[in-house]
Write a protein that binds this ligand. Structure first.
Ligand code: TUI
Length: 321
């Protein structure tokens, strides 16, 4: 059976399924993004802290690998933000998502060119602000997510953001299967974004040891470190997170935290150092049990979503009282 889902997001972006792949630094390259887009979702290349020439190569490669729409995520703490924006003015992509800061200059530069700008936000106030600034939609990201996170859970954040803005909302954080997808729609979201689930896609360039750590993780295996720096980060527990906890106990300076973090995501993703590297992953890690092609991830979720929706109505709906 072919399952189709129509929301304002599928219509705005010309997608078969309202599923975004998170734009994760070091992981979300052209291969992963193209695999997700070819499967009918929205693949997103993560610019992270990479210089613009790396991104340019990845965009060109993605254009060779897929005819479907794909996006780029701009990490607003990157030292190369301005170069990346200039690149995206030349090398057009249909969608740009932003994370870890205020997207004002991205909206000002790219919206007039027709690029849809979709900021990732973690609070109602920020969602309202970016709507006023001209955002086309928002990704409301709960604290279950991996990497740099906010305070609120997806369960409470998404419906409050849905009530506060009129642009479409995409839910992120804690979603990894068809049940999570349906739950997000029940909260009023018109799409979902998944990061951790796609780290474990066959096409993801993450080191096999990184993927295996996620597949073998249990429900309580993530921890949030570096809260005092103002940039809390969720990772799988390992020797590095123990060391971060020690710094926290000792009330170390922000500089010491930052020094310990430098280069650690790269060493986990690229080199497979899952003990001393930063294994950023969401709480949904406990739910992820396999490594499979992006197409299978998406199709399995849509099939499960369909049967969950059918099951709910036949199991619980008893007509009018
Ligand atoms: O950005 C993410 N997740 C990330 S970025 C990243 S790289 C990094 N590594 C170490 C430290 C910091 C970053 C790894 N994971 N998700 C989207 C997201 N954005 N979550 C929360 C926010 C956010 C936070 C504050 C967005 C805006 C904001 O402030 C906006 C303002 O206007 O002040």
């Amino acid at each position: 059976m072919v399952i189709r889902f129509k929301t304002r997001i599928t219509e705005m972006l010309n997608l078969e399924y309202p599923i975004f792949q998170g734009g994760m630094a070091w992981v979300a390259n052209a291969d992963l993004a193209a695999a997700v887009s070819n499967a009918g979702g929205l693949g997103i290349i993560g610019a992270g802290n990479a210089p613009a020439d790396w991104l340019e190569k990845e965009i060109k490669r993605a254009k060779e690998l897929t005819n479907k729409p794909f996006g780029v995520n701009i990490m607003l703490l990157s030292p190369y933000v301005d170069d990346v924006i200039e690149l995206l003015k030349r090398e057009r992509v249909p969608v740009v998502t932003t994370g870890a800061g205020s997207p004002q200059k991205v909206i000002d530069a790219l919206k007039p060119l027709g690029t849809k700008v979709i900021p990732v936000i973690a609070s109602v106030a920020h969602a309202k602000r970016v709507e006023k600034q001209g955002a086309d939609a928002v990704v409301a990201e709960g604290t279950e997510s991996g990497g740099h996170i906010g305070e609120l859970t997806t369960m409470v954040l998404v419906p409050q953001v849905v009530d506060a803005v009129s642009i479409p909302v995409i839910a992120a954080g804690g979603i990894g299967d068809g049940r999570g997808f349906v739950a997000a729609l029940a909260l009023g979201a018109e799409g979902v974004q998944m990061g951790t689930r796609f780290v474990c896609a066959l096409e993801s360039p993450a080191h096999i040891k990184y993927k295996e750590r996620i597949v073998n993780a249990g429900d309580r295996d993530t921890v949030v470190t570096a809260r005092i720096t103002g940039h809390p980060v969720r990772c799988l527990k390992n020797k590095l997170t123990k060391e971060f906890e020690r710094l926290e106990m000792e009330r170390a300076s922000i500089e010491e935290f930052e020094k310990l973090g430098v280069g650690k995501l790269r060493s986990a993703v690229v080199e497979g150092d899952v003990e001393w590297g930063s294994v950023m992953a969401g709480q949904v890690s406990g739910l992820i049990k396999d490594i499979k092609p992006a197409k299978e991830i998406i199709e399995d979720i849509m099939r499960e979503a369909y049967s969950v929706l059918e099951g709910l109505s036949s199991k619980y709906l008893r007509g009018e009282a």
